[in-house]
Design a protein around this ligand. Structure first.
Ligand code: ADP
Ligand code: MG
Length: 242
């Protein structure tokens, strides 16, 4: 993916979540965003997803500038897959319904096409046995994998993840991370906020550290973890286990 973020400010009433944020990358398949809580990571992800607009500044993803136009945003949002910490599955729908309903209602698939896409994905990720279960009958890890399959179903070339494993027990986390590594191998671009440093070290092509609304430091995973320059990043890494 290519990203160009120029002087982005996001102001919430009294809180400045992003403060003259500037960052760019070219041809990076997987970008991991790390940083302390409240630093602006989720805000940035929501701007990338077109769910909110910047107060000022410019965001370009893969050459496409995000613009303040409701009908443009509606179209843009359709093609960006987003996975949040809380899986956001509809509780009264089965796994299949959760995946096919957006395809039918938002993307104009026929019921047959949508089911075919859904079954293909569930089979591929070893989730077929859960097809008719509602979320309450699934573990957190299984729910999150269904949520990822739903995000993938729209065939997005870029998937955004906001702490996809932070609500999961460690033993459920690995299944979700393995699924994300698999997607990366298949060529899906990934942009992920996470506290899983071991994952970041292994799967990130590039890492950016965000604190107090700014991109403090960024680099290849090797530079970032083995040769951190700023004292805030060194301090942050000293509190994480890899
Ligand atoms: P992170 O994901 O890094 O923990 P966030 O992007 O969620 O950080 O938040 C950055 C800052 O913006 C925090 O101080 C948070 O309280 C504030 N913030 C985020 N969303 C809103 C909102 N909708 N309204 C007001 N303040 C917000
Ligand atoms: Mg967050």
């Amino acid at each position: 993916m290519n990203l160009n973020i120029n002087n982005v400010v996001k102001q919430y009433e009294v809180q400045r979540a992003l403060d003259d944020f500037t960052f760019s990358i070219q041809k990076v398949p997987s970008l991991v965003i790390v940083g302390p809580s409240g630093g602006g990571k989720s805000t940035l992800l929501r701007l990338f997803a077109g769910l909110e607009l910047a107060t000022s500044g410019e965001i370009c993803i893969n050459g496409q500038q995000i613009i303040n136009d409701e009908s443009w945003l509606k179209e843009y949002r359709k093609n960006v897959g987003v996975v949040f910490q809380s899986y956001n599955l509809f509780p009264h729908w089965t796994a299949m319904e959760n995946i096919i309903m957006p395809l039918i209602k938002v993307h104009g698939y026929s019921v047959e096409q949508a089911k075919e896409t859904c079954l293909h994905l569930l089979k591929k990720f070893d989730l077929l046995e859960h097809v008719d279960k509602i979320p309450a009958k699934l573990s957190g890890g299984q729910q999150q994998r269904i949520a990822i399959a739903r995000a993938l179903a729209i065939n997005s070339e870029l998937l955004l993840f906001d702490e996809p494993t932070s609500a999961l027990d460690p033993q459920l986390t690995s299944g979700v991370l393995e699924m994300i590594v698999e997607l990366k191998k298949e060529g899906t671009d990934i942009l992920m906020v996470t506290h899983e440093m071991a994952f970041a070290k292994k799967a990130a092509d590039y890492v950016v550290f965000i604190d107090q609304g700014k991109a403090i430091e960024h680099g290849t995973a090797d530079d970032f973890f083995n040769h951190p320059k700023s004292s805030v990043l060194r301090e942050f890494l000293s509190h994480t286990t890899i």
